[in-house]
Design a protein around this ligand. Structure first.
Ligand code: AMP
Length: 212
């Protein structure tokens, strides 16, 4: 049963978590919560949290657990969180996962598996349309010609920072696979195929689980 419970989309940076979240959110009705987006909003607002977070994000390091958990607690207290949320980019450390257990039930963790080299090429070519929030890729998902001039690259999407983010992922976040595998709720998906192919695999997993 996934009603009333939260879902996690898990994987290295650039694995397609944000892209696939739309589908999962539509299928399950659970609002997507991206801690990366929340932090970028805080940075754009130039708030105290934003200024502190930016110093970690620019280096490809994780923002301290206390800051992240504070944001998550506030988000979980909103009315639309009652039927569970879809977490994208959270949890990223074992202490965050342990804290989450006290805040909401997690029914499934969908893990996108993608090799490091593919990630570097995906992330360095990633561009966002600031007007719609749509994410494009210079090679794999080119934007329409007339909006190309306005596309932006995230500050932390440069090659050096991506390598640091990947190393952070392997050290601090990857161990969460075992944490959730041991609980019997980890579902691995090959994330290196076409977007539609990955979506179909995720859809099949969610349908099977909804019928439980
Ligand atoms: P993302 O958009 O998910 O790739 O996140 C961008 C950056 O925000 C990461 O490289 C981290 O610096 C920070 N961040 C996002 N989510 C978390 C989290 N759950 N724990 C710690 N840092 C995070």
């Amino acid at each position: 049963m996934i009603n009333g419970k939260s879902i996690i989309i898990f994987g290295p940076p650039g694995a397609g978590k944000g892209t696939q979240s739309g589908l999962i959110s539509t299928m399950t009705g659970k609002p997507q919560v991206s801690t990366g987006d929340m932090l970028r909003d805080a940075v754009a607002d130039d708030s105290d949290v934003g200024r502190e977070a930016k110093s970690y994000m620019d280096k490809g390091l994780l923002v301290p657990d206390e800051i992240i958990l504070q944001l998550i607690k506030i988000r979980l207290s909103r009315d639309d969180a009652k039927s569970g949320l879809l977490f994208d980019g959270f949890p990223r450390t074992i202490p965050q996962a342990i804290a989450l257990e006290t805040l909401t039930d997690v029914s499934m963790v969908i893990s996108l598996v993608v090799e490091d080299d593919e990630i570097v090429s995906r992330i360095t070519g990633r561009r966002t349309d600031p007007e719609t929030g749509e994410i494009y890729h210079l090679e794999y998902k080119p934007a329409p010609q007339h909006i190309r001039d306005r596309l932006l690259q995230r500050d932390d999407d440069t090659e050096d920072t991506v390598r640091n983010r990947l190393s952070t992922f392997h050290k601090q976040t990857a161990p969460l696979s075992d944490f959730y595998r041991d609980k019997g709720i980890l579902f691995e998906v090959n994330g290196s195929g076409e977007i539609k192919q990955v979506s179909s695999s995720i859809e099949a997993i969610i349908e099977a689980k909804t019928g439980d």
